[in-house]
Design a protein around this ligand. Structure first.
Ligand code: SAM
Length: 245
């Protein structure tokens, strides 16, 4: 992970950004930085067995290099699933286009360089809306704005899955959560210096809220029945539906 050290150290305190340099190494970086990233992507892809019918549409807000789309396409190569991938960084979407091409086949994918809290979102009637590790960069009101726009573009039968770093409410759990995340990254090849550089770069950029606050944002934006699907210390995956039943 020597690239990773360079990536974090090029930014000063609070200067983290998803630049084209980050886009190039993003897949390895996120896998080593987010504990159980592959488990979470597999969990999300498996839900499409139920949530996304043949010809259905998945909208991904903050899609980066399109990892979720690729995982879903590999799980359901013959379902004709369509995608709308949004990211505010065009470099991320350029990388997504390259990596989608690499898995082969013809795919119906819209790539849109958009700030998700401002829109416009260009898709309609999404069967599944994803927002994985993206809301964590937005303040609460902008999270609600993004989730409300997504709800307006969801099918009535649609679902939402949000994943993010959360802030433990009790400081004793927060302390343990910080240390185990550090151990996880170290075990996946990131040096202590790089972990420290990343954490400095993310100051004021990554804005974790308590899990309950995220669930409230989902409810305030018109999503129903929020449920925790996965939780590992300070990382949570929460699902919800567009309709109450
Ligand atoms: C940690 S990455 C998300 C990873 C991806 N969803 C995955 O599961 O691999 C966060 C992404 O969200 C994008 N992003 C951050 N804030 C955004 C915003 N307000 N609107 C759109 N994209 C945003 C960043 O450019 C970055 O590509």
């Amino acid at each position: 992970m020597s690239n990773d050290t360079d990536i974090a150290e090029q930014f000063g305190a609070g200067g983290w950004a998803f630049t084209s340099n980050v886009a190039e190494v993003f897949d390895d970086h996120v896998r080593a930085s987010v504990p159980h990233y592959d488990v979470i992507q597999d969990l999300v892809a498996e839900t499409t067995d139920w949530l996304v019918p043949a010809g259905g549409l998945v909208a991904d807000l903050g899609a980066s290099t399109g990892a979720s789309a690729r995982r879903i396409l590999q799980r359901h190569p013959n379902r004709g699933i369509r995608f709308a991938l949004y990211d505010e960084q065009p470099a991320m979407l350029d990388q997504a286009a390259i990596e989608l091409k690499e898995i082969g086949g013809e795919h119906d994918v819209i790539l849109s360089a958009t700030r998700i809290q401002q829109g416009p979102l260009v898709h309609e009637d999404a069967d599944l809306t994803l927002c994985l590790f993206t809301l964590q960069f937005l303040p609460q009101q902008e999270r609600v704005d993004a989730l409300r726009l997504a709800r307006a573009c969801s099918a009535e039968t649609g679902a939402l899955i949000v994943a993010e770093k959360i802030r433990a409410v009790d400081s004793r759990w927060a302390e343990i959560g910080t240390d185990v995340a550090h151990d996880y990254k170290a075990a996946h090849g990131i040096t202590d210096a790089s972990i420290r550089a990343k954490s400095r770069a993310l100051r004021g950029v990554l804005r974790p809220y308590p899990q309950q606050t995220t669930m409230q944002a989902m409810a305030d934006a018109g999503w129903h029945a929020p449920e925790v699907l996965f939780r590992w210390h300070s990382w949570a995956v929460i699902g919800a539906f567009a309709s109450a039943q």
